[in-house]
Design a protein around this ligand. Structure first.
Ligand code: URP
Ligand code: ZN
Ligand code: ZN
Length: 478
């Protein structure tokens, strides 16, 4: 593998930024210093640019069979798009089928699905749907030692992915014993079901009504309950895709009590709003995801959460479904629910634009600095999900996953030029400042400007350690 010397840039980590050259050899960061005079095979000039750790997106759904279809982005297209956006690692989900599949079998199946296509490194959260069959709890307890150190449980989608409180509590007990982290999709699935039935009876199931079937209290209640279950089990808990002021308040209160609680939010909750799709007819289907994209008034609170640390991670929940139903050889996806939100697959794209959006909306807008940006998109995800310090930082001996980031490049986000295999972009027409110019994964340049140099199958499966934050940070302070 050719060695690389990145020269003249400003290295940024979650805690500091300083001018330095960075020398990469054998897939690792070998040296960091000013004016390194090393003969490298490749020189990457980074004058006027930042040199930051590769992005880590810990919430993606690639090539997943869900909502009676399979996501439009598979492992190859999704990880290629991720790379173009400066993400060099994803942590996706291995869903356990409710019947006849153990936790370990779910991981093995998912590894087989990801391996041929993945362009960047990847791991899985075990998405547990059944822990009551004999031996399953014991298998769950063995997963952290085998490198699967986070479990996902859903409090929504009754009949498919939702689990009851006992299952959540049991998974949290296992997490407390093994050092793993439980992550929760926190919405009260029964209340959503009841509201959905009521709208069905009334004949008010137009696309935008999805949000009314998922009111903020449904999220707030589930976040509260999840945090309470974690406290009773003596475990930490991580709330995925937090969308509302109400839910944020629950996380802030738990942190103030000193509980080990973390939460992520996603671009759709900061850069889109209910007002954008309330009167949009079928176009509203582009925005349908759960929890829903809410009224704009929530956005200021979520930005504040990112600034203060109440929100620790910026992930995407990238889960793509096509809008068109006239594409040759491709089954309709969002149009399955034309005029009826109950049949619209839930999910939105974002994997390629995560860093673009947060840099522009966070750093350029003056809400936080470059170190906080790096923390949100790379370092905290690595620390929480057992990848740090191998990934998520710029340190000698770490994987050479690096993004050279041009803070001044301006481009317009549009489906016509994005690399995601989905026929729309939620942020169509938005002009953003800042983008990667070079993306390096384990010492290989995989993106250079608009050129792709990666290849499917080069991504490696990551066995993860237990969360760094549990042993290195004060509970609730990270
Ligand atoms: O609408 C969403 N979020 N789709 C993906 C599945 C999930 O709930 O995370
Ligand atoms: Zn979810
Ligand atoms: Zn998700």
């Amino acid at each position: 593998m050719p060695s690389i010397l990145i020269t003249g840039g400003t290295v940024v980590t979650a805690s500091e930024q300083f001018p330095a050259d960075v020398y990469l050899r054998d897939g690792l960061i070998a040296q960091i210093g000013t004016d390194l005079h090393i003969e490298a095979d490749i020189e990457v000039p980074a004058d006027g640019q930042y040199v930051m750790p590769g992005g880590i997106d810990v919430h993606t759904h690639l090539g997943e069979e869900v909502f009676n279809t399979i996501t439009a982005d598979d492992w190859e297209s999704g990880t290629t798009a991720a790379a173009f956006g400066g993400t060099t690692t994803v942590v996706d989900f291995a869903r356990q089928e409710r019947e006849g599949m153990s936790p370990l079998q779910a991981i093995e199946r998912r590894r087989g699905q990801a391996e041929p296509g993945a362009v960047i490194d990847y791991g899985f959260h075990l998405m547990a749907t059944n822990l009551s069959s004999p031996g399953y709890i014991e298998e769950l307890a063995a997963l952290p030692a085998a490198g699967v150190t986070s479990f996902k449980l859903l409090m929504a989608y009754p009949g498919t992915m939702m689990v009851d409180d006992l299952t959540i509590y049991q998974a949290m007990q296992v997490a407390a014993d093994t050092g793993a982290l439980v992550t929760l999709h926190a919405e009260n699935g029964h209340v959503i079901q009841s509201l959905t039935e009521r709208f069905g009876d009334a004949g008010t199931v137009e696309e935008h009504m999805h949000m009314h079937a998922h009111p903020h209290l449904v999220e707030g209640e589930a976040v509260h309950r999840g945090i309470a279950l974690a406290e009773m089990a003596g475990a930490g808990v991580y709330i995925v895709h937090l969308s509302s002021h109400t839910a944020l308040t629950e996380v802030e209160a738990a942190k103030a009590r000193g509980q080990a609680v973390w939460a992520e939010t996603c671009p759709q909750y900061l850069f889109a709003a209910y007002e954008d799709y309330e009167d949009a007819g079928f176009e509203a289907a582009k925005y349908i995801c759960s929890p829903p994209i809410r009224e704009r008034a929530n956005q200021d609170h979520l930005w504040r959460g990112l600034e203060t640390g109440a929100l620790s991670v910026f992930a995407t929940d990238h889960c793509t479904f096509r809008m068109h139903d006239d594409l040759p050889d491709l089954p309709p996806q969002k149009p399955m629910g034309r005029g009826d939100f109950r049949r619209i697959p839930n999910g939105v794209p974002g994997i390629e634009n995560r860093l673009h959006l947060l840099y522009d909306g966070g750093v350029v807008a003056g809400r936080f600095d470059m170190c906080r940006f790096v923390d949100l998109v790379s370092t905290m995800p690595a620390k929480l999900f057992g990848l740090y310090p191998r990934k998520g930082g710029i340190g000698v001996g770490a994987d050479a996953d690096i993004v050279v980031w041009d803070p001044n490049a301006v481009h317009t986000i549009e489906a016509a030029t994005h690399h995601m295999r989905v026929d729309y972009n939620l942020y169509e027409g938005l002009e953003v400042r800042g983008r990667p110019t070079t993306v390096i994964s384990r010492g290989e340049i995989i993106v250079s400007g608009d050129e792709f140099h990666g290849s499917p199958g080069r991504g490696q499966y990551l066995e993860r350690t237990t969360p760094w934050v549990m042993s290195h940070a004060e509970a609730g302070s990270a």
